[in-house]
Ligand binder design. Sequence first.
Ligand code: XUL
Ligand code: MN
Length: 343
Amino acid sequence: MSNFKFSVGPWNVHEGADAFGPEVRESIDFEKKVRKFKEIGLSAVQFHDDDAVPEMNNMSEEQIKKAARDVKGFLDSQGLAAEFVAPRLWMDPHTTDGGFTSNSKEDRDFAMWRAYRSIDIARELGCDKIVLWLAREGTLCAESKDTVESVNRLISSINAILDYDSGIKVVIEPKPNEPIDRSFCPTMGHVMALSAACKDPSRVGGLLESAHAVLAGLDPANEIAFALAMGKLFSVHLNDQNGMRYDQDKAFGVENLRQAFNQVKVLKENNYGSKGEYVGLDVKVMRTQKIEDCYRHIENSIKIFKMLEAKVARFDYELQKKLVAERNYEALEMYVMELLLQG
Ligand code: XUL
Ligand code: MN
């Protein structure tokens, strides 16, 4: 039995296209995916705005809300909640040069429109969290944007979102690069600084994705701990990543087992989930996987998380205290390795 509730997004089951090749699997219908999510033990679904309302750009505000209500009806029928809605500010022609920090005023206005509609959708889906993965808020050409002005634009945009809905929480998901070269908000420390600069810091927190921390050369467990220390870990995207290369979104724990153990450990020690937070996964199935078995990465991630949770439950804090008092960290490290490697 786990003490945690898990969530995942429909994009986590995808067609397998990458930068070098086309799709390798058929698309699976949204409702079919969601039914399968329920079957494999998920409690909530994560959404981009257009995952919930696909043709939203061509719809009125009322039509968007009505479409979101239909999705909510379907979620209810499956006994699933919605965790958050994230405006997809990287696909549309209006977001070619970013959203909130685009050099085009028209495109910045479009980004705000999508952010406000995401709040409307979130409210209809019964959730109070907007995730901002600031995909293109940065540069490919370092001189193309004024970084100070851009950071200030991020702060004003977040303030406008806070003003639009007095109960909405803004959850920033930092990532150092990809698709841009230099991000304006690369790490959890930057998220906390943005939070502090906003008009209501208590409603601006972070979502730590394991792979993004690894891409920044940082330890995901430490990034999680930093946000927890500030009382601002609003969500996580657990997954894994083999070093600093393209964003891999591998199943949780498959590359860095000890780091994964420490992520579960810090979440458990700090009662993550006690305020309703979900253990979110953001995992991609391998391109080689056949469609018949294309949920395996989600099932594996949950299974690995639970196995690590059981290891954390067995962690000997008395022994840790004793070894710390002796400053015998070699022994402590070996104890952790034995805990992980022995049955
Ligand atoms: C991109 C990423 C996104 C966000 C949601 O790297 O992680 O899927 O989690 O927009
Ligand atoms: Mn993510």
